[in-house]
Design a protein around this ligand. Structure first.
Ligand code: ADP
Ligand code: MG
Length: 194
């Protein structure tokens, strides 16, 4: 089972939503899943506190993160690490423990512009560990907007997934419940497992 870290130095890009949906997808395939919530705001834990979920969400402890990941993996669990914004340290730590660094980004000039520092840190991690895969995931995607196409051009040359997550009310309203309508995240999941 691969460990996925959902990462971005920018907040509000859809990291926690992505962690919860991917956990729901993996659970629907019969995998035992642990989300390690490494964000000190604990959005993923608070989400889980409101819902009956078929996977566990545990608080990540920055100084024990590697041991937490190892313990879950040793139990055969799929691990998804949710991370805070604005923490180079936790980004490096979580990315250093992952097989896949998944970077959500909305197709707006601002978010694409802010992607650079995140990808720089990940490139350095990749220089240390060849086995780390980096994938940029377009989310809050609306193909009809001109901005979306411009952002897509700016993203050219980056490892952007084919699968994308649209801007939809179901995602916006998902906090505190069991994620449903998993098709788009299933496509993301399948693509990153390849
Ligand atoms: N695909 C989407 N469509 C619409 N709203 C979304 C989508 N993904 C996330 N959101 C909303 O965007 C906001 C930020 O998402 P969140 O997952 O909390 O980001 P982060 O963890 O990066 O801060 C939340 O209000 C969330 O409901
Ligand atoms: Mg979050």
């Amino acid at each position: 089972m691969k460990t996925i870290a959902v990462l971005s130095l920018k907040g509000g890009v859809g990291k926690t939503t992505t962690a919860l949906y991917l956990a729901a997808v993996a659970s629907s395939q019969g995998q035992a899943v642990t989300i390690i919530d490494a964000d000190s705001e604990h959005s993923a834990c608070r989400w889980a506190a409101h819902a009956e979920l078929p996977f566990e969400v545990i608080e990540g402890e920055p100084d024990r993160l590697a041991r937490q990941v190892k313990a879950a993996r040793n139990q055969g669990r799929t691990v998804i690490i949710d991370t805070p914004p604005n923490s180079r340290e936790l980004l490096l730590r979580a990315g250093g423990l992952a097989d896949i660094a998944l970077v959500p980004v909305a197709p707006t000039g601002l978010e694409v512009d802010r992607l650079g520092p995140t990808l720089e840190l990940l490139a350095d991690l990749q220089a240390q560990r060849d086995e780390l895969d980096v994938a940029v995931m377009l989310t809050r995607y609306n193909a009809r907007r001109r901005l979306a196409r411009e952002a897509e051009e700016a993203l050219e040359g980056l490892p952007v997934l084919e699968a994308r997550i649209r801007e939809l009310e179901i995602y916006k309203a998902a906090f505190g419940g069991m994620p449903t309508e998993l098709e788009e995240y299933l496509a993301v999941w399948n693509e990153v497992q390849e």
